[in-house]
Design a protein around this ligand. Sequence first.
Ligand code: FRU
Length: 504
Amino acid sequence: NAPDNHLRPNYHFTPPAGWMNDPNGMIYHEGEYHLFYQYYPDGNKWGPMHWGHAVSPDMIKWEHLPIALYPDEKGYIFSGSAVFDWQNSSGLGTADNPPLVAIYTYHDMAGEKAGRDDFQSQAIAFSTDKGRTWTKYDGNPVIPNRGVRDFRDPKVIWDADHSQWVMVLAAQDRVQFFGSPNLTDWTFLSEFGENARNHSGVWECPELFPLTVMETQDDAWVLTVSINPGGANGGSGTFYFPGDWDGKIFSPRREAIFSPTDTVNWIDYGRDNYAGVTFSNAPDGRRTFMGWMSNWNYAQVVPTESWRSAMTIPRDLSLHATDFGTRLRQQPVEELKKMRTKNLPLDFPRIGDGVTNIDLSELGTNGAYEVDLTIDLVDSDATELNLTLSNKNGDVFYRIGYSRARGVTNAFFTDRRQAGPTDFHEKFAPESLTVAPRWSNDGELRIHAYFDRTSAETFFDEGDPVMTDIFFPEEPFTMLTLEVSGSSGEGMPEGWSLVKGDIW
Ligand code: FRU
């Protein structure tokens, strides 16, 4: 019973002990979701990278499995992906028992220390027993390095339109695409990114996948890229380009009209969602995303000792035609409803006639709450809403807000400056709040948040924007406070109507 176990989330994935960063090799296969992850089992800071491994029937309850890939004489095992080679195109399985193939980066530490530039290369490993054991391919690397210092994080998909495997790879602050008939022989296809924002950091963990635009039924592609530094609210973050893919070249759609304050499409505006990718081969055409719920700014010094980091909840992605161009939306997966226990319906008609305190301690869920509010913004001239989750006294708290100060801003913010210790790193809780634009101009505002002891993931409106933050209060939060301010009160009701409100 480690002294920091009280800081463990209740249902988010965490490593059994030691250090974790990026999710890797996410794939659905024969009834199981596989999650591999960047893992250093012997320490609580980043170190020689392994692929840790877990499986789940529903992406919520995870079973830890033995480490899948250990570092070897070719290097540490960096981030990558996994595919089901159902036609045994690689010849690494048999026609009757085709293999799972993992594609990862070798990071040759000695090469880096020696000052060489070619220390990262792409390699594969395979499994013919449902991912239980893995064999490294004896022809590794499958893509050697030709002198690009940052050359990593292969994500592979089957491109059915062009009958080829496609790999997208981070190469400094660009991505490169490679094609292959068999996962072992790869041909360079193209590079993307020179003229695309943003370039304030190195690009990592890219992914390319198809998705249909819901409103138009138009087939599109999405390229996601993680960047460090340069995230929406500092440090590491993930952005995306809606676009088209012709089997060789990715063309971003230029129709995007950005909000005045924003020139990049961010997957998440919180500080803690990085290196996320989607499950390969998910059933029913689902495109389900999970990220690493931390930030390279401070991940290695957060106040847990025996283990470090959690993954985000899984989120289903969908693509939409909006006033701001083609945009991704995220919804927490349906499977999360299983985590609901007792329902606390909020049956008062209006928030803002003063402060509303809701005692959550009776739910007895150790700081895990789902909060879902729909608020009518039209019938009042109030300007700011605060939703605060706190301890009993209200002096340790995490706050989510919406502000529309007389047409000047139409934004969401989160505030963790008093949500527990912050002094372990100056960039953890700077004075500037975490902010996100509101994209919707709907008169109804939805705030759907998942709290899990040491984290908050808030899906605004229809799942765009999303804000994910971590925090480390010593005691679980047990009180929810709703407050509306800024109303002039001249003929208008004080607060906003609560159309619907539920807590679980
Ligand atoms: C992203 C990253 C990847 C790399 C891995 C190493 O967080 O830097 O680019 O493969 O972590 O652990």
